[in-house]
Write a protein that binds this ligand. Sequence first.
Ligand SMILES: [Zn+2]
Length: 374
Amino acid sequence: MKISSQFDGGSIEVVSCESPDNIQVKIPKDNQSEFYQWFYFRLSGVEEQACTIKFLDLEKSAYPAGWKDYRAVASYDREHWFRVPTEFDGDTLTITHTPGLNSVYYAYFAPYSTERVSDFIASLQHSPLVDTQVLGETLDGQDMDLLTIGEPGEGKKVCWVIGRQHPGETMASWWMEGFLERLLDDSDPISREALAKAVFYVVPNMNPDGSRRGHLRTNACGANLNREWQTPSMERSPEVFVVREKMQQTGVDFCLDVHGDEALPYNFIAGAEGNPSWSERQADLQKQFTDALKIASPDFQTEYGYPLDAPGEANMTVCTNYMADAFDCLAMTLEMPFKDTVDSPDEEEGWSPDRCRRLGEANLNAILSVIPNL
Ligand SMILES: [Zn+2]
């Protein structure tokens, strides 16, 4: 039997792998960082053997609360991901699973490789609605891709949508597939209307290096990109630097930053309520957006989410807060669960790639509803 993780997005450290009933692993830290929570590895040579996989030392992981009521995902073909029995005792997470085939993959959430991002972007180029541009490169030398969808023009609103600042939050990439495929569907009336009134700038993957390296939260040098928006630099956070520069050229009326949350079993929006410049106009727009999204997707709700920052106390290095302040626009962070939605659970898959896609599609209804007022 063998465990391996030397592939795109792979991450695990083997402590013991001699006996199927006593496999022990640890989750490595992101490079030059203390964060650890993302795992993705292959276990082979264990067909029809009862496996017990213990993940050690999780009390100090990035989000210990994320392991409570969590079930890991597994896949034989890396297309269909299903949940497996998982328990957490406060420090050790234990997966018990008898693989039906010789080779099985386990992960924190359905992985989304940088190769798949590249394949997806390449496939979208065939649409006459899409213009692709490389804004710059990451510290590891990967491309920072921007998609421009629709034609900029007089009176058109400018909508920015970015995802995967935190690379382990792969649900953002599945969301992007649903969002972009619907936006480019020229028979979809919501998309046609949105593109008649707005141009979309989309960065499908803000953190290619962290994605390829199998990080939870940081880029190649350990920078948490969602704390770099006030003062990004080409040395530490070129990903944010080049995107922010382009935003300053285009102007911004709307900005949605797509994430996953380790602990909360809900889809929710986090806004810029703690900004000194937070306004009634921004609050009205945000309510209009979330009301429309609730109607478009019963998987989305507004009852549960992060506690609001006290007025004036927002962390201005966070994308949403920086954007709302710098552009006086509607800027929001969308969070999806790693676990499942407690109100509408799926026993087999939990929160899944397909459900992320559907939520991505539904976001277009909500965006169209606010465009006239942006
Ligand atoms: Zn995040």
